[in-house]
Design a protein. Sequence first.
Length: 97
Amino acid sequence: MKQVEVTIMGQGYILGCPEGGEALLATAVGNVDREMSAIRDGGKVKARERIAVLAALNLAYQLAERGPLRERADGDVDIAGLLRRIDAALGDDGQLL
């Protein structure tokens, strides 16, 4: 496990990251930072902990809107179904595979 230093809303954090997962972690950190900063900049919430909880709820809601990842009976994720969802989201931009 690799250690990666990131900044969220101006505060530094050291996070564990699997080898090769740096780009995905950077995307996740960017999403969290953007969501937390938007809530803070809205001016109604000041406490960092409340901002974090609201950001987590907003991001979780966005994921839930996309629909759950279906698991097969053996516990594996339905990759074919996931690819269909990605292809549908890409629309006219082309298919992933």
